[in-house]
Each structure stands twice: as structure tokens, then as C-alpha cells.
Ligand binder design. Structure first.
Ligand code: B1M
Length: 212
């Protein structure tokens, strides 16, 4: 990680909103690239939070306050990562699947897709299959984007695709999946149309699925 982002990194690890926001503002004022601030300062800090949790040094409350600081920093980057006034390239319903409360990766995916000109219907976290079905049926979305961060909630992705098929809507929509434990192999196994390992590749995959 570049030393430029040490304050942001430390702010997220300590779960301090003010320090994280100050670090992001300083990095922006110094002319740093928002995507670099995100990747080198913020995502690297969340990886370290995960490592500390695995080592038993952090517990759920520490993860939670780190996530809050991360979200505060993301709020400052969002206007710079998202272009406004672009004709929608397509409509995407994005959500974290049933049973799963992790939303930072999902928010990033939504942000990047919005920046690429997609209209976003953000269904939030812990989204049951029926809600995705309703988004396809009632809102006419072109793409359903499913995020999962837990191995235990990956089956909710399969259940969501099955529910879309059972409603007779599978031909109407493309489904992309992603999240730390999700792989290309798993995506193929559950019949998803696409897999993306990170938020920027989610854009490339969504664009190719809607024919851009
Ligand atoms: Co949780 N958690 N957590 N957690 N948490 C993980 C995921 C974990 C890996 C930590 C660890 O053990 N190292 C582990 C999962 C283990 C596993 O299943 N293999 C874990 C666990 C166990 C849990 C609980 C069960 C803990 C407990 O209660 N005992 C619990 C579950 C709650 C639930 O969901 N039901 C839990 C709770 C939480 C908090 C609520 C405290 C908090 C989330 C707060 C929030 O999101 N608002 C939290 C956090 C912060 C984490 C870690 C530390 C960070 C996640 C994160 O935001 N990363 C995480 C450890 C880690 O990831 N190293 C961990 C940054 C984010 C940018 O990355 O989300 O991976 P990520 O998104 C990436 C890609 O995956 C991809 O793009 C993004 C980057 O470009 N991507 C997609 C994501 N979705 C995509 C969709 C796409 C395409 C790409 O297409 C549609």
C-alpha cells in the first residue's frame, strides 16, 4: 500500500469515521485517483480486518465499526466514481442474497454499474428470492446481480435463480453472481449467466450480457 493512504487504512482499521473521511478528503485534495484510494487505502484495510478476525484479534463489533468507517469513506468517493446524466445502458437489480448482511462489495458493484450508465434498483441485503423475482416481473430489469460473502449463503444464489426460473422469467433476464467465496465454477454450476471477481469486472460482464 502507498504511504499516501496510511491515514485512511488506519482509520478503517480503528473504525474511526472522522479519521477515514479526513484521510479520503486529503487524498482527493492532493489529486489522487479515487479508484486508487479505494483499492489501496480502503479495500486493503478491509482485507486486513478480515485477517484480524480470522486470527481472533477482531470480533464482530470491530468488523462492524470498520465497515461503518469504510461506508463513510465510500460516500465521499461515490460522486467521483459515478457519472451522472448518462442514458441508462440497462436496468440492474442488485442485492445481497438471503441470509447475508454484507453490503460493502454489493454497494461497490452498484456504484460501478451506475457509473457505467446502468439504472440501479438496489434491493439491499438479506434479499429473499421472491424480491428478485418481483424486480424482474414488475420493474423489467435486464440484469439481476447477486452478491454473497458467506459460504453458507451461496446456496441462496442458486435458490434465487431457481425462483426466477419457476416464475417463468429466466429467459427475460441475465443473472450475474459475485462475492469473495464465489467462483466461475460455482456460477456455472448454478446456471448463472456470468461471474465477476470484482466490481469493475462486474461492469464488463454486465455490458457484454446486455450486448454493449
Ligand atoms: Co463478515 N465475514 N461476518 N461481517 N466480514 C467475512 C465475509 C469473513 C470472510 C471474515 C473472515 O472470517 N475472514 C467471514 C466469512 C467466512 C465464510 O463464509 N467463508 C465472515 C463471517 C464469518 C461473518 C459472520 C458469520 C460473523 C459472526 O457473526 N460470527 C457474520 C455474518 C452476518 C450475516 O451476513 N448474516 C458477519 C458479519 C459481518 C459484519 C456485519 C460485522 C460486517 C459487514 C458489514 C457490512 O457489510 N455492512 C462484516 C465484515 C466487514 C466482514 C469482512 C471483514 C469485510 C467484508 C468487506 O466488506 N470487504 C469480511 C472479511 C473479508 O472480506 N476479507 C468478512 C470489502 C469489500 C469491498 O469486498 O465484499 O469481497 P467484498 O466485495 C468485493 C468482491 O467480492 C466483489 O467485488 C468487491 C470488490 O470489488 N463482489 C462482487 C462482491 N459482490 C459482488 C457481486 C458481483 C460481482 C462482484 O456481481 C453481482
Amino acid at each position: 500500500m502507498s504511504n499516501n493512504y496510511q491515514d485512511i487504512y488506519n482509520g478503517i482499521l480503528a473504525g474511526t469515521v472522522a479519521a477515514t473521511e479526513a484521510g479520503v478528503n486529503q487524498a482527493l485534495e492532493a489529486g489522487n485517483d479515487p479508484a486508487e484510494i479505494l483499492n489501496q487505502g480502503m479495500i486493503s484495510a478491509m482485507k486486513e480486518v478480515g485477517r484480524l478476525f480470522e486470527e481472533g484479534e477482531y470480533y464482530v463489533p470491530e468488523m462492524l465499526i470498520a465497515a461503518r468507517a469504510m461506508q463513510a469513506g465510500l460516500g465521499l468517493l461515490k460522486p467521483l466514481l459515478v457519472d451522472s446524466g448518462v442514458e441508462p445502458a440497462g436496468r440492474v437489480a442488485v442485492g445481497t442474497v438471503k441470509g447475508d448482511l454484507h453490503d460493502i462489495g454489493k454497494n461497490l458493484v452498484a456504484m460501478m454499474l451506475e457509473g457505467a450508465g446502468f439504472a440501479i434498483n438496489d434491493l439491499g441485503t438479506d434479499v429473499p428470492p421472491e424480491k428478485f423475482v418481483a424486480a424482474v416481473q414488475d420493474d423489467g430489469v435486464d440484469v439481476v446481480a447477486l452478491s454473497a460473502l458467506l459460504t453458507t449463503t451461496m446456496p441462496s444464489m442458486k435458490a434465487t435463480i431457481e425462483a426466477i426460473s419457476a416464475a417463468g422469467l429466466r429467459e427475460n433476464v441475465k443473472v450475474i453472481v459475485g462475492g469473495a467465496p464465489v467462483t466461475q465454477e460455482y456460477a456455472e454450476q448454478i446456471g448463472a449467466d456470468g461471474f465477476a471477481p470484482d466490481a469493475s469486472s462486474a461492469v464488463t460482464v454486465a455490458e457484454s450480457l446486455v450486448g454493449i
